[in-house]
Design a protein around this ligand. Sequence first.
Ligand code: NAD
Length: 285
Amino acid sequence: MSTEIRQVGVVGCGLMGSGIVETVARHGYPVVVREVTPELLQVGLARVRASMSKAVERGKLTPAEMDAALGRITGTTTLPDLAGCDLVIEAVVEDITVKREVFGQLDRICPPHAILASNTSSLSITEIASVTKRPDKVLGMHFFNPVPIMPLLEMVRTILVSDEAFALARRFGEGLGKTVVVAKDTPGFIVNLLLIPYLLDAIRALESGVATKEDIDTAIKLGLNHPMGPFTLLDFVGLDTALFIADAMFAEFKDARYAAPPLLRRMVTAGLLGRKSGKGFYIYA
Ligand code: NAD
């Protein structure tokens, strides 16, 4: 078991992958990021540059630090280019078939000491680990969006992961400036376990006519001092993502608290996904 992480790999350069790449590079690590096509890689790397430029504008990063961080990032469409990594963080689409395929490939490509982490929000780390020959080195590193700004890192511990691998990944996460909390490999971990039933209850309250969505949002903002109400938050998260996580939690727990209300399912079917589709509970220009 290596005692140090020198080179980091990231698989997927979408919303989360690009944020992870930026954060890791800004903390001094060389990072290799893999996307499926050169076009998607360019889009992902452009997102990294745009986010760092914003950090420079806000005085959080100097132009020289930005150049140095960008110089530590290598983009590729070839997974074997991650062969030299001590830690790989996977941030591909939330689809167990794709994740199992990626972890099977990583297990064959990466050196035996390498730790393989998934950024999944709702899938089982144990199931992902089961396709590898190193389940003692597979764990969850659940970052929050936007990764460079959000201070929390939920780490997910399976019953198979070794203390050494977990401690090394934890030190790495703390070295990125994140506050680490540790959860068992159970759907929703900590944050979504509590957040999803709350969001579903807000929709149920709307469905049963307790109040308007505007008043529910205002009540939570001003009554509980949350930065935003549940419907604004649902539009941010994406209604499809919220539904996907709720369904995964219901499948595991068979508890009515996690059962998606009909309105959520209808809105997703209708393409009302929130900010990303321009319309959800609210309309975005
Ligand atoms: P996204 O769709 O923005 O990005 C996923 C990227 O993965 C895409 O660019 C896609 O081209 C790429 N990809 C697919 N298959 C690949 C492969 N085999 N190799 C390399 N790249 C591949 O999705 P996202 O929002 O960044 O989510 C990624 C992961 O992070 C998911 O597991 C999601 O549950 C989790 N997550 C998301 C959030 C969030 O707020 N969006 C928060 C925490 C965790």
